[in-house]
Write a protein that binds this ligand. Structure first.
Ligand code: 5GP
Length: 393
């Protein structure tokens, strides 16, 4: 044991220098801004990111080289959720641009938002390539509408579950997405290659990647994928007539295709809008093809009297579009809003004396064979007008 003491003591300096080295490596890893880099700027981004693609269009069109702006995946510093990345952008989002100074060492500057990055680059590289800033209020307006109204709901094109911005259903968010596209369409002037004429502008760079994404995704939700007329014409023209837009088109779609092949999207489009079960008698009632004694109808919900009443008052409350809700146990997060609405309508109707309700109601959902469910379209029974026993048979 005594023999060991000098050996351990002799090891301490090595141990200390190893720990110092480890600390240096760790610091360098977690503080990329202190790393010596060749490029003046580093753009953390990956090709599938819509917002990053807008910055890349500017880089490509201005001919800005990787020595000026090097494009690096956030994975290089541990990914978006890593402490290293959050030091650059506390929001943990792409893209993010860091600025290195001429001595090769950066200060703490980083720009973490795509429009601000674009405007910084346009200013910094004003002498190279197109300005992207034609004197047109339409260009600014298109970019602003994109960022304020499209960006906030575009999650409906790729997120598995709601909310999509302020919308709790994918269908409503997609409807609003398309409405905003038609508003943008009205601002497009179709007399040149680009959105507002002959000059490429920030609006082209801003909305193009989102529309590549949207055109790929909308058909997955039963939409045509055809943009409003002026946008469609512009889109096809820039893909065919501008090699930099074509390059970004390739980058975004090839990433999306890879995700498609890996099955990544399946959980999304099976989440609520695609319904492969055969239609039931209730679809015919909703369509008005067979008569029913309807007591309530709005955009989403229909309530009618049960043809074979089990109580003096017996209503069925159903979603107008089944959207995979053949039974309650099929519900996904996409259905949370409609489920709430159905119960609210059921509760309201159960107070209506003119429908035969008196003092309370029994609200029942039969789910599956054991419960005796006959019609594979979610329906809430609202029964009343007599006192009932418990347990049910
Ligand atoms: P389940 O047993 O599936 O929970 O309930 C299905 C209910 O739909 C039954 O109470 C049945 O009487 C009702 N029903 C079935 N077909 C029709 C129809 O064509 N019209 C109406 N009003 N109710 C129906």
């Amino acid at each position: 044991m005594v023999d060991l003491i000098p050996k351990i003591t002799a090891t301490i300096p090595f141990l200390l220098s190893f720990l110092t080295l480890l600390a240096d490596v760790t610091n360098a890893y977690s503080l990329p801004m202190t790393m010596t880099m060749n490029a003046k700027h580093t753009l953390y981004d990956v090709p599938v990111s819509n917002n990053g693609a807008r910055v890349r269009i500017i880089l490509y069109k201005k001919g800005i080289t990787s020595e000026e702006v090097d494009v690096v995946s956030p994975m290089e510093i541990g990914g978006l959720k890593s402490e290293s990345f959050k030091k650059l952008n506390p929001q943990g989002k792409m893209p993010c641009l860091t600025i290195n100074h001429d001595n090769g060492v950066s200060d703490s500057s980083s720009i973490p938002e795509s429009d601000t990055i674009c405007r910084y680059l346009l200013h910094t590289y004003a002498h190279e390539g197109p300005s992207f800033l034609p004197n047109s209020y339409q260009s600014n307006l298109i970019a602003r509408i994109h960022d304020m109204y499209l960006t906030t709901i575009q999650g409906c094109l790729y997120k598995a579950t709601p909310p999509f911005g302020i919308y709790r259903t994918r269908a409503k968010a997609i409807e609003e997405f398309e409405r905003q596209l038609s508003i943008i369409n009205d601002l497009v002037s179709n007399d040149g290659l680009y959105l507002v004429g002959d000059d490429v502008s920030l609006s082209d760079a801003t909305i193009f990647p989102t529309l590549v994404f949207a055109k790929f995704m909308l058909p997955k939700f039963g939409r045509s994928g055809e943009l409003p007329a002026k946008l469609e014409k512009w889109y096809n023209n820039v893909v065919a007539g501008d090699s930099d837009f074509e390059k970004v088109h390739q980058e975004v779609t090839s990433s999306l295709r890879k995700w498609e092949l890996s099955g990544r999207w399946d959980q999304i489009w099976l989440a609520g809008l695609i319904d492969n079960d055969p239609e039931t008698i209730f679809d015919k009632i909703v369509a008005g093809d067979i008569p029913a004694s309807i007591v309530y109808s709005d955009d989403d919900v229909l309530a009618f009297k049960d043809i074979n009443p089990a109580a003096p008052a017996h209503l069925l409350v159903i979603p107008k579009v089944r959207a995979n809700l053949s039974g309650l146990s099929k519900a996904s997060d996409d259905h949370i809003e409609i489920l709430g609405k159905l119960l609210k309508v059921a509760g309201d109707l159960s107070k209506d004396a003119s429908l035969g309700f008196s003092d309370g109601a029994r609200v029942v959902i039969n789910d599956g064979p054991d419960a005796g469910q006959e019609v594979a379209h979610l329906h809430i029974h609202v029964l009343g007008g007599r006192s009932m026993t418990w347990p049910p048979g």
